[in-house]
Design a protein around this ligand. Structure first.
Ligand code: FES
Ligand code: MG
Length: 573
């Protein structure tokens, strides 16, 4: 046997004493032969498989293909579960648990004998949660996304995950679609394994994995059920063993340049607003100073190249056939830091220099883009002193500069209770304002910012109004929606002070959001403001309420910021 450098796992499996016996003996009950304990790289496969997370329900099969690759290269794969986050079922919102899962991941990695880690990620929050937890340990790490579902198809129409749920929901409310047809559409939308196949949060985060350099080229777009997804998993298994030998840690990949690349790519794909909060949190774990300003500065001149729902017409399967993310990164040219290192040991420039674009109606060229402005607009003003965001490519041009009367809802329950009321004093020029949906207030920062419009407005054929909240919105949603208002209302941000009838001015080009109420009046309201009682007095939700940071810094828990490596000095027995 050739001499190997001593690996972290040998602190467990390499011991000749009683502890070594304990570490090996129980593992052998799984049928693992002695030679696997000879000092070869141990690769943890962090799996978010769950039948309650349908988008990740095929992950045990992906893990099997990873193992083939790991074994081929002389590594020792060990799969382990962490808490999974299924967007469609979990209440009150998966975002409440993103940070909890990141703790699960971090502690599982650090406490166990592994030298490198494969992260199996898919449904929205599983991607940032696993990246964040792994970042705080900083081992060689490679992420594999589970891949999008096949295109949805309802009768003669391509339909997109989420995006068409909003659309159909509004059609039913407006009396344009029967309940029977609505039900029929369910099975047509989700017809294969995989995550949402629009450019929603899952596809965006899979693209972030690739553009950060944390995934292999083509990671973002290969459909979940395409055999090439399993080949990618196999190759990732091979590669992680080499990464351990090269000591290619996360901190060598997640540099400031990597984050800048990801922010630019988010603009080019018309990516989800949720990427903002997730990348801010991930940068916080790495100790890299990325701010909301970076999103505006780097994103503002990035054209949207990708014609995918919710901003455009195609779906992820089409994106894959057109060339996927490598073609987009290549098209961005000098906007990309080409020398940024990636997990395959090559630079971003090397990975994408020959990437073909097979369909310019899906991936537009940079000099004749799909939409001129792809990035995230960061708004400032007396309504959002620490910022708020809006996605111009999903908004209506005629509302980008708008002044309207506020119609205020104090909570999401208040909204649901009153929005269908025909006597509600509202028309399409009004600005819908929703409070109490920030990280701390809800708690958990839910995706309710794209509030449905009042039926009497919908009946006029109006499909968009300016909406403002401290919530997030689903990456599958669209509209002129101001999100992530900071500070949030529950901590006394100015949003808490808005009253019915106040005038609000949104100017996206000027990047301002202004509450047209005199300073003295706002000061008077602030003095009379009473903080809401926290909704939880125990458990994780209480920990979260006490420690969650605001949206503009990524909504991580304050004590999780930073990284502490994977060293554990003490034995367990
Ligand atoms: Fe899982 Fe959309 S619900 S990715
Ligand atoms: Mg979503």
């Amino acid at each position: 046997m050739t001499e190997r450098p001593k690996l972290r796992s040998s602190e467990w499996f390499g011991k000749q004493d009683r502890d070594g016996f304990v570490h090996r003996s129980w593992m052998k009950n799984q049928g693992l032969p002695q030679h696997l304990f000879d000092g070869r790289p141990v690769i943890g496969i962090c799996n978010t498989w769950s039948e309650l997370t349908p988008c990740n329900a095929h992950f045990r099969k992906i893990a099997e293909h990873v193992k083939r690759g790991v074994y081929e290269m002389g590594g020792f794969p060990l799969e382990f579960p962490v808490m999974s986050l299924g967007e469609t079922l979990m209440r009150p919102t998966t975002m409440l648990f993103r940070n909890l899962v990141s703790m699960d991941v971090e502690e599982s990695i650090r406490a166990n004998p592994m030298d490198g880690v494969i992260l199996l990620v898919g449904c929205d929050k599983t991607t940032p949660a696993l990246l964040m937890g792994a970042a705080s340990c900083d081992l060689p790490t490679l992420a594999i996304s589970g891949g999008p579902m096949l295109n949805g198809r309802f009768r003669d129409e391509q339909i997109g995950s989420g995006t068409h749920v909003w659309k159909f929901g509004e059609m039913v409310r407006a009396g344009e679609m029967s309940l029977g047809d609505f039900m029929d559409a369910e099975a047509c939308m989700s017809r294969s394994a995989g995550h949402c196949m629009v450019m929603g949060t899952a596809s965006t985060m899979a693209s972030m994995v690739e553009s950060l350099g944390m995934g292999l080229p083509a990671n973002a777009a290969i459909p979940a059920v395409d055999s090439r997804r399993y080949v990618l998993a196999h190759m990732a298994g091979r590669r992680i063993v080499e990464m351990v030998k090269e000591d290619l840690r996360m901190s060598k990949i997640l540099t400031r340049e990597a984050f800048e690349n990801a922010i630019r790519v988010n603009g080019a794909i018309g990516g989800s607003t949720n990427a903002v909060v997730h990348l801010l949190a991930l940068a916080g774990r790495m100790g890299i100073d990325v701010s909301l300003e970076d999103w505006d500065r780097l994103g503002c001149d990035v054209p949207c190249l990708v014609n995918l729902m919710p901003s455009g017409k195609y779906l992820m399967e089409d994106f894959f056939y057109a060339g996927g993310l490598p073609a987009v990164i290549r098209a961005l040219g000098d906007r990309i830091h080409k020398d940024a290192m990636t997990v395959n040991g090559r630079t971003m420039g090397q990975n994408t220099e020959d990437a073909p674009n097979w369909n310019p109606d899906v991936i537009f060229p940079a000099d004749a883009p799909f939409k001129d402005q792809g990035g995230i607009a960061v708004l400032r003003g007396n309504l959002c002193p620490n910022g708020a965001i809006l996605k111009p490519s999903a908004a209506s041009p005629h509302l980008m500069n708008h002044r309207g009367r506020a119609v205020v809802f104090e909570s999401i329950e208040d909204f649901h209770h009153r929005i269908d009321d025909e006597d509600l004093d509202v028309d399409e020029t009004c600005v819908l304002v929703l409070k109490g949906c920030g990280p701390r207030g809800y708690p958990g920062f839910p995706e309710v910012g794209n509030m449905p419009l009042p039926p009497k407005v919908l009946r006029k054929g109006i499909t968009d109004m300016v909406r403002i909240s401290d919530a997030r919105m689903s990456g599958t949603a669209y509209g002129t929606v101001v999100l992530h208002t900071a500070p949030e209302s529950a901590v006394g941000g100015p949003l808490a002070l808005v009253q019915n009838g106040d005038m609000i001015a949104l100017d996206v080009a000027g990047r301002t959001l202004t509450l047209d109420v005199p300073e003295e009046e706002l000061a008077r309201r602030k003095a009379a403001w009473v903080a809401p009682e926290p909704r939880h007095d125990r458990g994780y939700a209480r920990l979260y309420i006490d420690h969650v940071m605001q949206a503009d810094t990524g909504a991580d828990l304050d004590f999780l910021v930073g990284k502490s490596g994977a060293e554990v000095a003490r034995e367990s027995h």
